[in-house]
Design a protein around this ligand. Structure first.
Ligand SMILES: O=C(CO)[C@H](O)[C@H](O)COP(=O)(O)O
Ligand SMILES: [Fe+2]
Length: 223
């Protein structure tokens, strides 16, 4: 399986000092930046858009930016994020009328593509598009807010998604998002995840490096 990636969700960062927060968390050992885009329509919250992604690039951020779109529709905003410097662009299948077209659009624009599954959304959306997916993102909370508790049924879903990926032979990352912390990251890894989003668990503590180091120690002990 691919290397473990730790992806702090900047939803829980101090937005008044966002550039500094992102630099700090990367210097603390984070691998990629998880960027939550909410539209107050697909989810009941409103966050940040392509201008902020572009501003982070202008601020000197070179790490991959993992854009999690919680917007509907998705096709209109995908090119703007590609232009703004997104590395991954993932979206929820319920938010696109034509998921094959949206996935292909992301790749045609030079980004890595992904589908996001809410806790209640079945994995069957993957059936005919696995060859167009670089990332499967499983939500372990209902989307819209940081700081929620991990929903345990996500572990079984991770095992199912891991099997789908391994059986496919494609190079696809398996990301988990919601309620991830030092105390549960090991069993999440053991269930099959390789990319770990954590917002409040990292930005809610004063020492980002300690949290990330503790997460890596837990990951190293996973079976
Ligand atoms: O997509 C999200 C919410 O919709 C966030 O990425 C997620 O909630 C991360 O926050 P936390 O680690 O605090 O749960
Ligand atoms: Fe997210």
């Amino acid at each position: 399986m691919a290397d473990n990636l730790i992806a702090p969700s900047i939803l829980s960062a101090d937005f008044a000092r966002l550039g500094e927060e992102v630099v700090n968390v990367l210097n603390a050992g984070a691998d990629i930046v998880h960027f939550d885009v909410m539209d107050n329509h697909f989810v009941p919250n409103l966050t940040i858009g392509p201008l902020v992604c572009e501003a982070l690039r202008k601020h000197g951020v070179t790490a991959p930016i993992d854009v999690h779109l919680m917007v509907e529709p998705v096709d209109r905003i995908i090119p703007d994020f590609a232009q703004a410097g997104a590395s991954y662009i993932t979206f929820h299948p319920e938010a696109s009328r034509h998921i094959d077209r949206s996935l292909q659009m992301i790749r045609d624009l030079g980004c890595k593509s992904g589908l996001v599954f809410n806790p209640g959304t079945p994995l069957h959306y993957l059936e005919h598009v696995l060859d167009k997916v670089d990332m499967i993102l499983l939500m372990s909370v209902n989307p819209g807010f940081g700081g929620q508790s991990f929903i345990p049924s996500a572990l079984d879903k991770l095992r199912q998604a891991r099997k789908i990926i391994d059986d496919s032979g494609f190079d696809i990352r398996l990301e988990i998002d919601g309620g991830v912390n030092v105390g549960n990251i090991r069993e999440i890894k053991e269930a099959g995840a390789d990319t770990f989003v954590a917002g409040s668990a990292i930005f809610g503590k004063p020492d980002y490096k300690k949290v990330i180091d503790d997460m890596r120690a837990e990951l190293a002990n996973a079976k």
